[in-house]
Write a protein that binds this ligand. Structure first.
Ligand SMILES: O=C(O)CCC(=O)C(=O)O
Ligand SMILES: [Fe+2]
Length: 264
């Protein structure tokens, strides 16, 4: 976490070369307030986003400063991936799927997203990050020591307490689909505060873009028909981003009507 805080604290000139508005760049720094003049309410977040797979190719494009960034984040991403795969294997067992179900291309890709929320003069007018569910399988989030993450449960927003060295694990839409709604993607957002900057780091474990996502066959039958059709993950991602993460809308084109799934 320290190395990411150090990154955001560097002077603007040191970071400028990474700034890009092209979402296809492997590593980029950008900000959520390019629409500041026109947006209904403001988002208060700077973002460093980069791929972590294949590691040896991606690492060459990661920030070169702070000088230890690549070493520290390399270890963090390797260990985070191991933890993610262990959690996925436990979920596999809990769901009753065959061992290793999520191994290989279903969990091949990984993205690191570092969020920096500067102190905000009036937090009532802003959000750090709007309400969303993550699109991927699971996210491992280091949320640091400052309150800001909230999860929507039973009709209300509940703050997720930052605990020293604890990681938050979020279930994303892909896991909801593969489990045929047995697992629910967690709806969450980040709020700002007027006193201190908040920095968080998420590792987004997801499928390779060409992999086929569908409810696991062993979890569906005549009584529990598949609730989603099969699709390529890249198709889902492009729709998800066009819907700005809206929870139910983002899933809509992938849902099967109940009757059709019973007949087929
Ligand atoms: O910064 C946080 O607490 C949440 C980050 C998050 O939800 C995300 O990057 O998708
Ligand atoms: Fe998220």
């Amino acid at each position: 976490m320290n190395v990411v805080e150090e990154f955001f604290k560097m002077p603007m000139e040191e970071k400028a070369s990474l700034y890009s508005e092209d979402p296809n760049k492997v590593c980029r720094l950008y900000t959520s307030n390019i629409n500041y003049g026109t947006e209904k309410y403001h988002f208060w977040r700077d973002i460093l986003k980069h791929h972590c797979h294949p590691l040896d190719d991606c690492i060459k494009l990661w920030p070169q400063k702070p000088t230890r960034y690549r070493d520290v984040i390399r270890t963090f991403s390797i260990e985070g991936k191991k933890l993610g795969l262990t959690i996925l294997e436990l979920l596999t067992e809990g769901l009753g799927l065959e061992s290793g179900y999520f191994k290989k291309d279903l969990s091949e890709a990984m993205l690191l997203v570092a969020n920096h929320y500067p102190p905000c003069p009036d937090p009532s007018l802003t959000l750090g990050l709007p309400k969303h569910c993550d699109p991927n399988l699971i996210t491992i989030l280091l949320q640091g020591h400052t309150f800001g993450l909230q999860v929507f449960k039973d009709g209300q927003w509940i703050g997720v307490q930052p605990l020293p060295n604890a990681l938050v694990v979020n279930i994303g839409h892909q896991l909801r689909i593969v489990s045929n709604n047995k697992l629910k993607s967690a709806e969450h957002r980040a709020v700002t505060n007027s006193k201190v900057a908040r920095t968080t780091v998420g590792l987004f474990i997801s499928s390779s873009e060409d992999s086929i996502i569908e409810p696991a066959k062993s979890l569906t039958n005549a009584a529990q028909p598949p609730l989603y059709r099969a699709f390529r993950y890249k198709e889902f991602l492009s729709y998800y981003f066009s819907m700005m993460g809206d929870t139910e809308l983002a899933l809509q084109p992938f849902k099967l009507p109940f009757n059709r799934s019973v007949i087929s």
